[in-house]
Design a protein around this ligand. Sequence first.
Ligand code: UDX
Length: 438
Amino acid sequence: MKNITVIGTGYVGLVSGAGLSDFGNQVICADIDESKIRLLKAGKIPIFEPGLKEVVDRNIKSNRLSFTTDVSKAVRDSEVIFIGVGTPEGKNGEADLSVVFSVAETIGNNLNTYKIICTKSTVPIGTGEKIISIINKYKKNDIDFDYVSNPEFLREGAAVQDFLIPNRIVLGATSEKSFRIMQDVYRPLYINETPIVYTNVSTAEMIKYASNAFLALKLSYINEIANLCEAVGADVHIVAKAMGNDGRISPKFLHPGPGFGGSCFPKDTKALLSLSKELNEPMNTVVAAIATNARQKVRMVDKLFNLMGDEIKGKTIAVLGLSFKQMTDDVRESASIKMIQSILDKDGIVKAYDPVASDNMKMIFPDIEYYSNWQEAVNNVDAVVIMTEWHEFRGLDLVELKQLVKTPIILDTRNVLSIKDLVSLDFKFDNVGRRVLK
Ligand code: UDX
C-alpha cells in the first residue's frame, strides 16, 4: 500500500481520497479551503453524496485518512499525489486549468523524493504534458518523477459505489514502473480482476472525453427520438426498452428528460469541441449533442407555456426538483435553471422545492420562494413542473396534489407520473415522448 495525497476535496477529490484509503492506502486529503478542511476534521461532509460519510468515518477511525490545508507538506510526505481539483468551463468553452497548473507548481516546489503525479480531474487531452513541464520547471533538483492520467468515471449520487466498484481503471502512465506502483494503489480491484487499461497519457485522457461525450450523445439521441414519438403517437419508453434489448445499444442512459446538466457532460462536450476546432478535426456528433441538449431545455419551457395557454404573467408555478438529477444537491447546468429563468422572464411566480438542492439554487435565484416539502410548494398554484426524478415525486399522491393546486396542470419532464392516473383525475398534462397514452 502507498502513502498518498489527494489535492482537492470536492465531488471527485473527497470520494477518491476516501476510496483510496478504503483500499488500504495511507491518504491525506489536502485542500486550501480552510472551511472545508475544518468541516472534514469535525467529521462533517461538505457535499451531499450518499454513502460517503460512512467511508470517511470508517477510514478516519482506522487512521488511514486525514485532512490538511498544508498542501506542500502533504506532497513532501507522500509517494503518490492525486490532482483532484476542479476544472470548470472557461469563458469560450475550454476547461479552466488554472488551479491544476498552480497545484503542479506546488508539487514541483515540493518534490523531495521520487513521486508519481496522478491526475484524477478531467483535463483536456494534452494537459499531462503541460503538467509535466510545469513540475520540471519548478522542481529544485533533478529528482525523478512519473506522471499518470487516471481519469474518474464517477456519477454524482453514485460516486462512492462507482469508485469502490468501477467498471474499469484507466492508467495512462509515463513508465512501466509507475504503472506497477498504481496497480498496487488499486490492489483490491486488481485482485478482483477489475479491468485495468494500461496505456499512454493522451490515450487515457481521450478515453475520458470519448466516454462522456458518447453518453451525452446517447442522451441527446433518445431525447430527439422522444420528441419524434410525440409527433407520431409512439411511446418512447417502449421504444427505449426494445432498443435496449440489443446488447450493442444497452438499456442504460435511454431515459428521455429535460436535457442533461451537471458539472461534466456540458463542460466535457464543450472542451472536446474546443479541442476539435483547435486541431481542425470536426466533431459534428458532439456539436449536435450540445445543440440538441440546449433545445431540449427550451422545449420543456415551451411545453409548460403551451399547457398554460401562454398566460404566465402573474401566474404561480411550482417547480419540483432543482438538482440536475436525483440523489445529488448539485444544480450546475440543471435544466431547472432554464425553466425558472424562463418563468421569471415572463413575470411568472416560482415556488420551488427540492429534497436537498434548495440551498445551492438560492445562490442563483435568491428571490424565489423555497419550501421544505412538495405539498407546500404546490399549494394554490396554477401549474406544477417536475424537473428532477427524485423518488418522492415518483410516488406523488395525485389525489392529494389535485386538492392542493388551484389548476390541475402538470408537466412531467422525467416521465415519473402514472399517465393512467393523470388521465383519470382529469389533469391537463404533458411529458417527454409519451403523448400516446393521453
Ligand atoms: C457523468 C458520467 O455518468 C460519469 O461517468 C462521469 O464521470 C461524470 O459525468 P454525472 O454527470 O454525475 O456523471 O451524472 P449522470 O448520471 O451521468 O447524469 C448526467 C445527466 O444526464 C443528468 O442531468 C441526468 O438527469 C441525465 N440523464 C442521465 C438523463 O437525462 N437520462 C438518463 O438516462 C441518464
